[in-house]
Design a protein around this ligand. Structure first.
Ligand SMILES: Cc1ncc(COP(=O)(O)O)c(C=O)c1O
Length: 268
């Protein structure tokens, strides 16, 4: 597993604010034939996150070089971390931060083909997502809610857990975005209070819009999901996994996830 810190295979400063406070951002990027998929969207989200956290903006060319160095050939995953860098004790951000860039390459995870053809089983998590519009949408390093939620089950037959906000709206999976066809309309939870605006979510919305289907970004309650004719979850690595069972309710794999995955396969 190649790990580069600021382009070099050296250690990380233990006083890095990414480690001390989660003061930073990350991206998980699929690499196919040595090319980062949806690179522009990943870099745009990172730039938006840097703007919101008032972090120095990463140079896209430098980042692209580090992604390529972390996984130069074939199929793999690059996790890119961008932090405010090392500093002394205390929350106050340094006046002249020296950001840290970590690029780590990983082998492509092997999932059973049935996750796409037949779908996956999904449950609800008890851990709720707190609301904070300043952090909503960006992929910041503070992921304790997802860590607690993912610790709620160890049944390997359950692929994902859905998380609600404190108002009882369904927001996303622990590591994925959610789509559902409710009353004939493709919908995805609004992410103005919490959640991560996924790169694959953005791709699904663009794909649907090109077909003349505007995805509704709205509040979605568990009761609405009980009436859904199709549900799927997305992220940058998996594309779209149809949900074949949600909290014990069976669903047939639907046409939209299959259509989107076919479109994705053509451009990968
Ligand atoms: C909490 C959360 N939401 C959504 C996503 C999906 O984002 P993306 O499509 O960029 O992978 C992820 C991905 O890891 C995630 O961790």
């Amino acid at each position: 597993m190649p790990v580069l810190v600021n382009g070099r295979a050296t250690g990380l400063d233990p006083l890095d604010r990414g480690l001390q406070y989660g003061d930073g951002l990350f991206e998980t990027i699929a690499v196919h034939d040595g090319r980062a998929r949806f690179l522009e969207a990943h870099l745009e989200r990172l730039a938006e996150g840097a703007r919101r956290l008032a972090l120095p903006s990463p140079d896209p060319e430098r980042l692209s070089g580090q992604i390529a160095a972390a996984w130069p050939d074939g199929r793999g995953v690059v996790k890119l971390v961008w932090t405010r860098g090392p500093a002394g004790r205390g929350y106050r951000p340094p006046l002249s931060p020296e950001p840290t860039c970590i690029a780590a390459g990983f082998a492509w995870p092997e999932w059973p083909a049935s996750a796409w053809s037949e779908g996956v089983r999904v449950r609800y998590c008890r851990t709720r997502l707190g609301s904070n519009p300043v952090l909503a949408g960006i992929k910041h390093l503070n992921r304790l809610e997802q860590v607690l939620a993912r610790a709620e089950w160890d049944d390997e037959h359950i692929a994902e857990g859905l998380m609600l906000d404190t108002m009882g709206q369904v927001i996303s999976g622990t590591q994925s975005n959610l789509f559902a066809v409710v009353a004939g309309r493709l919908a995805t939870p609004a992410l103005d209070q919490c959640g991560v605006a996924g790169v694959m979510r953005r791709a699904v919305c663009g794909w649907a819009a090109d077909l003349g289907n505007q995805v509704a970004e709205c509040g979605l309650r568990p009761e609405a999901l009980e009436t859904a004719s199709e549900i799927f979850v997305t992220n940058a690595l998996i594309g779209a996994w149809p949900v074949r069972e949600l909290a014990g309710r069976q669903l047939p794999p639907g046409p939209l996830a299959a259509g989107f995955n076919a479109w994705l396969a053509e451009r990968t």
